[in-house]
Write a protein that binds this ligand. Structure first.
Ligand code: FAD
Length: 396
């Protein structure tokens, strides 16, 4: 098979990190091929990779517990408008965010707690003490336990649509000359004088450098020589279906993240109603569950996406949804499956792994909101080894 083209950089993986990196590389003047498959048409019969971005809603806000992420998140959020304008694709819903929990979770004097962090970083917010229910004057559709603190972070906090964010990144990358190939990569080779990738159909694409941004699938399909220390964790989500009328009425509700006292689920986050590709509107909840799995092989991950038991937590999710939205009429509930990719440090892994091969992966459960900047950092590293002085060096 003939080798096609000779690009400056091939980016493997058209997910949140890869699409951002490809755009930034193209804007820096690199010739770029971005290679990654589209979404599976039918998860049950799909034999390839899956991803963490097959959804319509991801929480975003400037508050982040991890100090090393703070400048990254802020830079990404501050850049949404420009990307929307340049691409003509809207993906950001700046409806604000509520963060809530009992005193110990929010106020204890540690580096990780929201109240000290919000104050220290000068992030605009309003704090409501336990028992102060005046936040409900603005949001009577939502309820939270009376003895919880409630913090409101205003716009630009809210939610983003990961599918539309990737579409925006792709459009701007293409308008800066990038080529997009919708195929699975089955091999990455650095042969000492150059790099190349091979796709599922046998296409070979040559490049000066390769950036692997394959999320939870980075250690599979011959993308890296040695397995990287990545942990894969299953994630269960639940969807509460509402009528178009309810969705329109409730669409400007802030996102909510809160602790819950439940034997099965913990640390809930909620995205208010958005339209899904099936034509219905859903309110989404996600949470850690007591039965989260840690698959280690590609077949184990594929089994999870095809037939994993995500319904076991549905009664807990239903109860959480109806308590959170006491006056909303739900038309049905269903569960969904997703996957998270984590590193030992809790930070994304952005590093050189061979002379010509780089990796950018592991959002550790919260990489969507700041993906544009994680991609920008990876692009800078690949382009000329640069890393901004104000961002802690992160490599997982
Ligand atoms: C249910 C759920 C809820 C979340 N909620 C939030 C949230 O509210 N806020 C937030 O900030 N973050 C959230 N996240 C995290 C966020 O979605 C991830 O951090 C982010 O998607 C990571 O981006 P990524 O590019 O590393 O991986 P992905 O987005 O998964 O992209 C990886 C890409 O690589 C491709 N790929 C894999 N293997 C190959 C191969 N061999 N060849 C070519 N391409 C390949 C895949 O097709 C995919 O497109 C959530 C994640 C989940 C699962």
């Amino acid at each position: 098979m003939e080798q096609e083209g000779e690009f400056d950089v091939v980016v493997v993986g058209n997910g949140l990190f890869g699409s951002a990196a490809a755009r930034h590389l193209a804007v820096l003047g690199e010739s770029v091929a971005l290679v990654g498959p589209g979404e599976p048409a039918d998860a049950l019969t799909h034999d390839g990779v899956f991803a963490s971005h097959y959804d319509e809603g991801r929480l975003t806000r400037r508050f982040d517990r991890r100090p090393s992420w703070a400048p990254v998140t802020r830079r990404a959020v501050d850049g949404y408008r420009a990307l929307e304008e340049e691409s003509g694709i809207d993906f950001h819903h700046p409806v604000g965010a509520l963060i809530s929990g009992p005193a110990g979770d929010l106020t204890a004097d540690t580096d990780e707690n929201p109240i000290p962090i919000l104050l220290e970083r000068g992030i605009d917010h309003t704090l409501y003490e336990p028992g102060d229910r005046s936040w409900r004057d603005a949001y009577p559709q939502i309820d939270l336990p009376t003895d919880y603190y409630v913090i409101h972070e205003p716009a630009p906090a809210g939610h983003i649509n990961p599918r539309r964010l990737i579409a925006a990144q792709n459009l701007v990358a293409e308008s800066n000359g990038a080529m997009i190939v919708r195929e699975l990569v089955t091999e990455v080779v650095d042969d000492g004088s150059g790099a190349r990738i091979t796709t599922e159909s046998g296409r070979r694409i040559g490049a000066e450098k390769v950036l692997v941004a394959a999320g939870a699938f980075t250690n599979f399909n011959g993308l890296v020589l040695e397995p990287l220390p990545l942990t894969i964790e299953t994630e269960v989500v639940a969807f509460g279906r509402v009528s178009p009328h309810e969705a329109a009425r409730l669409a400007s509700t802030p996102t909510v993240s809160y602790s819950i006292d439940d034997p099965v689920i913990d640390s809930i986050y909620m995205v208010p109603p958005v339209l899904y590709p099936d034509g219905d509107h859903y309110i989404k909840l996600g949470a850690n569950t007591t039965s989260d799995l840690f698959p280690e092989t590609l077949p184990e991950i594929q089994d999870w996406f095809r037939t994993g038991d995500s319904d076991f937590a549905l009664p807990s999710f239903e109860s959480a949804l109806t308590s959170l939205w006491p006056t909303t009429e739900f038309l049905g509930f269903e569960s969904g499956r997703c996957i998270l990719c984590r590193t030992p440090s809790g930070d994304p892994m952005i590093r050189k792994v061979e002379e010509r091969v780089f990796v950018a992966t592991a959002g550790n459960g919260g990489g969507a909101k700041s993906s544009d900047t994680w991609g920008e950092l990876a692009a800078g590293l690949v382009h000329d080894g640069r890393w901004p002085a104000d961002v802690v060096r992160l490599d997982g």
